[in-house]
Write a protein that binds this ligand. Structure first.
Ligand SMILES: NC(=O)c1ccc[n+]([C@@H]2O[C@H](COP(=O)([O-])OP(=O)(O)OC[C@H]3O[C@@H](n4cnc5c(N)ncnc54)[C@H](O)[C@@H]3O)[C@@H](O)[C@H]2O)c1
Length: 262
């Protein structure tokens, strides 16, 4: 399985390290990194040599490169710009889930992928419990889903917060608008569960915590779910949870597995 990467930052480098250097996913290799920007040539020179990858700077060339699946770990703008074209030819894993906030954009990607018989993979990222939400929602019997996110105060506000403060409580759709940096987690939960309109979100700035903490509650015909995640930051980008990189790794791993769990 040959992987074409967009975005060689904290998550991208983790994948390069684990897949190309440490060979933790036998049968997989990142062959190509796509970056149109002029500065990429210099910025990625070291990585090209270290990980034995080719930097490609034109989308056409990227699409005709030896790539079976494209893995995006760049940003929302890259998804908006490239995903509609890439999905006409290749499977694509998207980690900048915030790009899917507009229902119309997601529908467009789905239509492109259906017509081209390609697949869109959306990893769980910094949260979990999606298997439960999906199963619970499969017969429209999932009644309630809520997400309480507690982050270090500095990560949520520029003004000094000295004690725990609820910054938002309400519909997920509104939470995404006011706190776009929380969008990845909120959107993947709503896609797996009951949608942005019905998912309730509370965002708390807490000067006493050092980790991003997500507490997911759900109830329906299946019973009740309570799941608390205390995410460690990625060693190379404190703004990204380490779990996010692991979630991409596991989606890729699953592509090749005869026994599928979850
Ligand atoms: N789904 C989730 O739960 C979740 C959690 C954390 C982060 N994320 C998302 O993952 C993405 C990557 O996170 P990260 O921590 O690795 O970020 P990062 O800033 O460390 O790395 C992003 C990389 O993308 C590169 N890049 C930017 N624009 C590009 C373009 N047009 N073409 C090619 N490369 C480009 C940057 O130079 C950088 O190297 C972000 O969008 C982030 O929001 C998702």
């Amino acid at each position: 399985m040959r992987i074409g990467l967009i975005g060689a930052g904290a998550i991208g480098k983790f994948l390069l390290e684990k897949i190309n250097s440490e060979k933790k996913l036998p049968g997989f290799e990142i062959t190509t990194v796509f970056d149109e920007r002029a500065k990429a040539k210099t910025a990625l020179a070291e990585a090209e040599e270290k990980y034995n990858i080719s930097l490609v700077q034109q989308l056409d060339a990227f699409l005709s490169a030896p790539v079976d699946i494209v893995v995006e770990c760049a940003n929302i703008a890259a998804v908006e710009k490239y995903a509609p074209t890439i999905l006409k030819q290749k499977d694509m894993l998207i980690i900048s889930i915030g790009a899917l906030v507009e229902e119309a954009f997601l529908q467009n990607l789905k239509q492109v992928a259906e017509a081209a018989k390609t697949n869109i993979y959306l990893p769980a990222g910094a949260v979990g419990g999606l298997d439960v939400l999906r199963a619970a929602a499969s017969l429209d019997e999932l009644d309630e889903v809520s997400l309480t996110t507690r982050k270090p105060a500095k990560a949520l506000s520029d003004t000094e917060i000295t004690s725990e403060q609820i910054l938002f409580t309400g519909e997920e759709r509104e939470a995404i608008k006011q706190f776009p940096k929380n969008a990845n987690v909120a959107i993947i939960l709503s896609l797996a569960g009951i949608g942005v309109k019905d998912t309730r979100v509370t965002i708390i700035a807490d000067p006493a915590v050092t980790k991003n903490i997500h507490f997911i509650e759900a109830s329906g015909a299946f019973g009740k779910l309570e799941l608390k995640l205390e995410n460690n930051p990625s060693p190379t980008n404190p703004k990204t949870s380490y779990l996010t990189a692991l979630s991409i790794f596991t989606v890729l791993e699953k592509l090749d597995q005869t026994v599928q769990i979850g």
